[in-house]
Design a protein around this ligand. Sequence first.
Ligand SMILES: N[C@@H](CCC(=O)N[C@@H](CS)C(=O)NCC(=O)O)C(=O)O
Length: 253
Amino acid sequence: MEPVVGSKLTFLSAWFCPFAQRTWIVLNEKLVDFQLAEVALKDPKTGLWHQLENKPDWFVRLNPLGKVPVLAHKDASGTVRSVYESLICNEYLEECHPRLAMLPSDPVARAHARIIIDRFNSKFVPVFYRFLIRQEAAGQEECAGQLRSELAWLDSQVHERGPYFAGQEFSLVDAAIIPWFTRMPVLQHYRSFHLPDKLTRLAGWAQRAARRQSVLDSETVPPGAEDYSAALLQHYSRYADASANSTSARDFK
Ligand SMILES: N[C@@H](CCC(=O)N[C@@H](CS)C(=O)NCC(=O)O)C(=O)O
């Protein structure tokens, strides 16, 4: 249903979306007053995704890519303005709400935070989906190896004085990464993959970050479901049997 976009920030999301969850976590951390609008990206009967040409005009006007997350508001002149792409939404929130800062103040440390986000987004995220989509054992083994090497790199990046990636404060880096760690049970369930035992810093970070209130408050179940983890497993079944027709399934194949 089309949300009424007013001067208060509207956040377009989908309960299962890790990209939208990144932005939801930042909204929560920064105590932003927003209204949530859940977008129906899939046909509830078939579980298949609506293609761009079938998405409502109001949604494509707010994001021409037809994806969540989107942040939208009406400005002082009455014009609706929108921002999309999760990492850009998060930087936008950082600029609009600087008081509860989520990047370090030192420019080199800020750059380093962005380096971790960039590598995670360009290397880890595609392999997460590819690991589920690949049906043949050799392809899955290749993805498992790539994930293990990215996980080892991430373990080395947790701040030495932690517990978070940028130090003692939860930052945009943690918000960008944690949604894929709370989805690790999906890889365990469908691909028997788990975080290697020796990555103790990363495991400690994941446990701590997953328990943050901003993260817990961004985990919602779809109507009719009770258990978030079970609902996520059900959602990812279409990736695991390669029948998902989402943009992620196409982009990361
Ligand atoms: N690069 C985008 C990816 C967002 C994305 O793929 N969102 C998914 C939901 S998890 C979506 O809206 N997909 C729409 C579709 O596949 O049609 C971001 O970082 O925001």
